[in-house]
Write a protein that binds this ligand. Structure first.
Ligand code: ECB
Length: 135
């Protein structure tokens, strides 16, 4: 059983979020705001269902899924696209593939050195975020 990602996590670094947002077609105006804010990730698990909340002073995004079960994702308040998403464990990484209009889109979460890591990718862009546990 992989280590639990559950809990509340505050962003400590965010590398190439700009490139990721450009790949998603986010406007310059929204990117300017989005680049300034820190995200809090809240991950909860009830049975085999996960709830992942990305919270900030600007926008919040919440979604919920079962591992190994494809679902319809609408990225409301982000790029507002529909994806067919599938989340699965690959070793110690929780990996999501987001099939839709954008090629090579997805993310992976894992724990390393007591930090929550998140790699977001879209087209040829990779954004790397690291979060520390909220105490
Ligand atoms: C919800 C906080 C968003 C802050 C930025 C707000 C607007 C920018 C608009 C679009 C950017 C598109 C997506 C990047 C935004 C947040 C990154 C996390 C989104 C995500 O899918 O996280 C996964 C993995 O934790 C769970 O949904």
């Amino acid at each position: 059983m992989p280590v639990s990602l559950c809990g509340s996590w505050d962003m400590v670094s965010n590398v190439n979020f700009e490139g990721y947002m450009i790949a998603l077609g986010i406007s310059l105006y929204t990117r300017k705001i989005a680049l300034k804010i820190k995200h809090r990730k809240v991950i909860e698990q009830v049975g085999d269902r996960y709830v992942v909340k990305t919270l900030s002073t600007f926008r919040n995004y919440t979604f919920s899924f079962r591992v190994n079960e494809e679902f319809q994702e609408f990225t409301k308040g982000l790029d507002d696209r529909n994806c067919k998403s599938l989340v699965a464990w690959e070793g110690n990484k929780l990996v999501c593939i987001q099939k839709g209009e954008k090629k090579n889109r997805g993310w992976a979460h894992w724990i390393e050195d007591d930090k929550l890591h998140l790699e977001l990718h879209c087209e040829d862009q990779v954004c790397k975020q690291v979060f520390k546990r909220v105490v």
